[in-house]
Design a protein around this ligand. Structure first.
Ligand SMILES: Cc1ncc(C[n+]2csc(CCOP(=O)(O)OP(=O)(O)O)c2C)c(N)n1
Length: 565
C-alpha cells in the first residue's frame, strides 16, 4: 500500500496495538503530527518533553506494554534524555520516536539539530537514525521487539524530517530477524538443579527479589517457591511487590535504607538466592563484605549482570520466564520439608524484625511520616498503584507502603530522578484507569515537573497526590545533618511557592494538613475528590530515614534511630 513515512508510523503503531502516545510537537515532526491529527490517534500533549517520556515510562511499568513518546528534533528530544536514562537504568520498555533535521542537513549544525542517537547511545538498549523511508516499517517492528523482549529497555527511533513526507510501498514485517539478538534466552536446567540442591542443604537461606521478576511477570512461580519453602524474603527497591508485603517472613527492603532484619539476614545467611537484581550499590553497601557467610545464587536474564558486582557461586543465566517456572517445579518435587528445616532461622529473623521495625519519630504536634503512610495504607486496596518521586518520602514509601501485587509500586530506582513522579503517575493512570493511582512526592520533587498538573486537568486524569512537605530537600538535608556538619547548603526550600496554589492554578485542587488531627479529614477529602487532587502534608524538617548504611559501609554497620540523633 502506498503511504508516506508519517502514515507508516501511525499505521505501525496501530499494528503494535499502541493505545496512547505522549509527546510534544515541533518543526521536524509537523508531518507526523498532521497524520496523527487526521488519524485521530490518541495523544497526550504534556507540558514538557520530560513529562512525556516519564508518562510513557509510568504507563509501561503499570501495564507491561511498551510506552511510546514523540518529540521534535534537537531541544525536544534532548528534553527526553533524563527520562530515557531513567527507563534504561530500570529496564523499562519504551519506544521514543523523534524527528531529526532533513537528511541533507544532518551533520551541518543545522537549526535544531542534535546528534540524539550519539547522545543516547549509552542510555538506550538500541537506537536508530532513519534516513530512508523504506527502512521505517522494519525499524519500528524491530524497535518494539527489542524494547519488549529479553531484558527490556528504551529504544530510540530518530527519523529525518524528509522521511516523514517521502512516499513508498508500505508493508509491515511479520517477523524480526536480527543477527546476534533473539530476545529469547534459555539457560541450563543443571544450574537450577544445583540451586535446588543448595536450598536442600541450607539452614539459613534468604530470597532477594529484584525488579526483573516484575518485568518478566514471573511473580506467580516465585510465590510458589516462597509458599513451599517458607523462606525469608528481602527485596530491592525495584522488586517491591514481587512478593506481597503481607507475607509474614517478608523482611522488607534491603540495603542503604533497608530494614534491620533484612540487612542482618544478608549478613548471617548461608544461602542467598538473588533473582532479577543487579546488585546496585544501594543494596550491597561494602561489596567485599556483602553476604559474607553465604553461597550466592544469581538468577538473571542478562549475562552481563552475572559476576558484575557480586560473585555468584551458582548462576542461573536465562529468562526468568524459563527459569522460575522450572525452579518452582523442582522445588515442589523435592522431598525436603523446607518449612521444618528453616523454622529456627525464620524464628530468628522474625524476632529481629519485630525488635527493629521501620519507624519514624512520633511527635505530638507534627504528622509523622509513619502515621501518614499507615493512614494511607488503610485506605488503599490491592489493585491501587503507589507511585513515588525521589528522596526521603520515596524511602518511607518503600518502607511503609503495603504493596500486594507486582507493578503496583512505581518508582525511579537506578537513576533516582526527581520530577519523575507526577508524569509517571499520569501514565500509570492512563494505562490502568480502573485503579486509584496515588503519588507520594516531596516539596522539592514536585516542583520539577509541576507543569504536568495542567495536563492532568486538561485530560481529566485522576491522580491523587500527597506531598510530604518538610520545607527542605529532605534527603540532601539528612546527609548534610549526618555527614556535612549541619551545613544546610542549598537544601532549605521553605520559601517555595504554596504548592496548593500552584496546582490549583492549573486546575488541580489542593488542601493543606499541618496538624496530626487534620490528617484523617484531609485524606478523606483527597480520596473522595472528583478527579485529580493534592494534599500538602507538613512533616518535620529534621526527620531522618533509618536505618541507614553510610556509604561504603557493611550492611551490619547500619545506623539505627537513636544511635545518631
Ligand atoms: C533530578 C535530580 N536532581 C537532584 C537529585 C538529588 N536529590 C536526591 S533526593 C533530593 C531531595 C529531594 O527532596 P524532596 O523532593 O523535597 O523529597 P524529600 O527528600 O524531602 O522527601 C535531591 C535534591 C535527584 N535525585 N534528582
Amino acid at each position: 500500500m502506498k503511504m508516506t513515512g508519517a502514515q507508516a508510523i501511525i499505521e505501525s503503531l496501530k499494528r503494535e496495538q499502541v493505545q496512547v502516545v505522549f509527546g510534544y510537537p515541533g518543526g521536524s515532526v509537523l508531518t507526523l503530527y498532521d497524520e496523527l491529527y487526521k488519524a485521530k490517534f490518541p495523544h497526550i500533549l504534556t507540558g514538557h518533553e520530560q513529562g512525556a517520556v516519564h508518562a510513557a515510562d509510568g504507563y509501561a511499568r503499570a501495564t507491561g506494554k511498551a510506552g511510546v513518546c514523540f518529540a521534535t528534533s534537537g531541544p525536544g528530544v534532548c528534553n527526553m534524555v533524563t527520562g530515557i536514562a531513567t527507563a534504561n537504568m530500570d529496564s523499562i520498555p519504551l519506544v521514543v520516536i523523534s524527528g531529526q533535521v532533513a537528511t541533507t542537513l544532518i551533520g551541518r549544525d543545522s537549526f535544531q539539530e542534535a546528534d540524539i542517537s550519539g547522545i543516547t547511545t549509552p542510555i538506550t538498549k538500541h537506537n536508530y537514525l532513519v534516513k530512508n523511508v523504506k527502512d521505517l516499517p522494519r525499524v519500528l517492528r524491530e524497535a518494539f521487539y527489542i524494547a519488549t523482549t529479553g531484558r527490556p529497555g528504551p529504544v530510540l527511533v530518530d527519523v529525518a524530517k524528509d522521511v516523514f513526507d517521502a512516499e513508498f510501498d508500505y508493508e509491515y514485517p511479520e517477523t524480526v530477524e536480527l543477527r546476534g539478538y533473539s530476545g529469547v534466552y534459555t539457560g541450563q536446567a543443571y544450574d537450577i538443579d544445583r540451586t535446588v540442591a543448595a536450598l536442600e542443604q541450607a539452614k539459613r537461606p534468604v530470597l532477594l527479589t529484584g525488579g526483573g521478576i516484575i518485568l518478566a511477570d514471573m511473580a506467580a512461580p516465585l510465590w510458589d517457591v516462597v509458599q513451599k519453602t517458607q523462606v525469608p524474603v528481602i527485596t530491592s527497591l525495584m522488586g517491591k511487590g514481587a512478593v506481597p508485603d503481607s507475607y509474614d517472613a517478608h523482611l522488607g527492603m534491603v540495603g542503604m535504607h533497608g530494614s534491620y532484619a533484612a540487612n542482618m539476614a544478608v549478613t548471617k545467611c548461608d544461602l542467598l538466592i538473588a533473582v532479577g537484581t543487579r546488585f546496585d550499590d544501594r543494596i550491597t553497601g561494602d561489596v567485599e563484605n556483602f553476604a559474607p557467610n553465604a553461597q550466592i545464587v544469581h538468577f538473571d536474564i542478562d549475562k552481563v549482570e552475572i559476576n558484575k558486582i557480586v560473585h555468584a557461586d551458582i548462576s542461573v543465566n536465562g529468562d526468568l520466564r524459563w527459569s522460575l517456572p522450572l525452579f518452582a517445579e523442582k522445588v515442589r518435587q523435592s522431598d525436603v520439608d523446607f518449612a521444618a528445616q528453616f523454622a529456627d532461622w525464620r524464628k530468628e529473623v522474625l524476632a529481629m524484625n519485630e525488635a527493629h521495625p521501620f519507624a519514624t519519630r512520633d511527635l505530638p504536634d507534627a504528622v509523622s511520616p509513619q502515621k501518614l503512610f499507615e493512614a494511607v495504607n488503610s485506605r488503599l486496596g490491592a489493585d491501587d498503584f503507589v507511585v513515588t518521586d525521589v528522596g526521603q518520602h520515596q524511602m518511607w514509601a518503600a518502607q511503609f507502603c503495603d504493596i500486594s501485587k507486582p507493578r503496583h509500586f512505581i518508582t525511579s530506582g537506578g537513576l533516582g530522578t526527581m520530577g519523575y513522579g507526577l508524569p509517571a503517575a499520569m501514565g500509570a493512570k492512563l494505562g490502568c484507569s480502573g485503579s486509584t493511582v496515588l503519588l507520594f512526592t516531596g516539596d522539592g520533587s514536585i516542583m520539577m515537573n509541576c507543569q504536568e498538573f495542567a495536563t492532568l486537568h486538561k485530560y481529566g486524569v485522576d491522580v491523587k497526590v500527597i506531598v510530604l512537605h518538610n520545607s527542605v530537600l529532605g534527603m540532601v538535608n539528612q546527609w548534610q545533618r549526618l555527614f556535612y556538619g549541619q551545613h544546610y547548603s542549598q537544601s532549605v526550600i521553605a520559601d517555595n511557592p504554596d504548592i496548593t496554589a500552584v496546582s490549583g492554578a492549573m486546575g488541580v485542587p489542593g488542601r493543606t494538613v499541618r496538624k496530626p488531627e487534620e490528617l484523617a479529614q484531609g485524606l478523606d477529602w483527597l480520596f473522595a475528590a472528583e478527579g485529580a487532587a493534592l494534599l500538602d502534608v507538613y512533616i518535620p524538617a529534621d526527620e531522618n530515614v533509618y536505618p541507614m548504611v553510610p556509604g561504603g559501609k557493611r550492611l551490619d554497620e547500619m545506623v539505627l534511630r537513636g544511635e545518631a540523633q
